[in-house]
Design a protein around this ligand. Structure first.
Ligand SMILES: [Mg+2]
Length: 289
């Protein structure tokens, strides 16, 4: 049976990240030791903020929507957000004048690819643009495969396919083993992280549950949850309260691109949620109401 396409709203990575940051807060470096290995943790707190996964998902949305050049835009977004938690290799490429790919197999190609799946309307176009978006920096076959896997899963989810059908297609396209256990070591490769992100989605019972499962699986939590979240958004949609928390934490330029992209490719009636006031004054008002 084919599901109805979801009422999903915003390009995905950012809310997944927010959740991941809560437990795996870090600027750079291993965070698996802070993963709770449980699912009942607080999704948002005062330290929750966006990271590189958000910056580059919005960047890809901007590139597609406004016909920008991938290399120019990747370097521009790095200059705007130089401390968002990038890996060393990406950082040195982005800060240099080098325009050639450094052949990465890291999970960065999968974490930023989801806008491709919303903006293109056939499987062939989605896979081709996913490869193009990966090859800018992640031209290793594993880097390309990771981007294709996430883009294909998001595309099929937004087209209303069942989890069984999505899984079959992704395995056919990539050959990933989706029966592996949770991560017990730090690993930022596509080959380790993308299967984890897919499994978290396939096992989930809702958007928030998918995010919690992604974090529970360990490793590079903000990125794994960003990838899981991008598929879960297309399949389930995003709860309003989570979206409001996310928009409250985005700077205006990233929020504006997200809103514009969502209106154009996801839901023409989309309106950005009112930011949540986290100040003490608002808490006091609520108490005396
Ligand atoms: Mg990460």
């Amino acid at each position: 049976m084919v599901r109805q396409p979801s009422q999903a709203t915003i390009a995905p990575a950012r809310l997944a990240e927010r959740a991941a940051e809560t437990v795996a807060w870090r600027a750079d470096g291993p965070c698996f030791t802070t993963n709770p290995r449980r699912k009942n943790f607080s999704l948002f707190n005062g330290r929750t903020h966006f990271t590189d996964d958000t910056v580059y998902t919005v960047c890809v949305a901007d590139i597609i929507m406004n016909g920008k050049d991938y290399v120019d835009a990747f370097k521009d977004y790095f200059r705007r957000y130089p401390h968002a938690g990038y890996g060393k290799a990406f950082k040195s490429w982005a800060a240099s004048d080098d325009r050639k790919s450094y052949g990465s197999w890291g999970n960065g190609s999968g974490m930023r690819v989801s806008p491709v799946a919303w903006a293109f309307n056939t499987k062939e176009e989605v896979l081709s643009e996913a490869e193009k978006s990966a090859c800018v920096t992640h031209s290793h076959p594993e880097g390309i495969k990771g981007a294709k896997a996430i883009a294909l899963a998001v595309f099929l989810a937004r087209k209303g396919f069942s989890k069984g059908e999505i899984k079959k297609e992704v395995v056919k396209e990539t050959g990933y083993d989706l029966e592996v256990g949770i991560l017990d070591h730090w690993d930022v490769s596509c080959q380790a992280c993308v299967p984890q992100a897919l499994i978290a989605f396939f096992d989930s019972e809702g958007f928030e549950d998918a995010i919690r499962r992604a974090i529970f699986r360990g490793g590079d939590s903000d990125t794994i949850a960003a990838m899981t979240g991008s598929i879960a958004q297309a399949y389930y949609g995003i709860p309003k309260e989570i979206m409001a928390e996310v928009f409250s934490r985005l700077p205006e330029d990233l929020a504006a691109i997200t809103e514009e992209f969502t209106k154009k490719y996801v839901d023409s009636s989309f309106i950005r949620p009112e930011p949540i006031d986290h100040s003490w004054r608002s808490v006091f008002k609520w108490l005396i109401r």
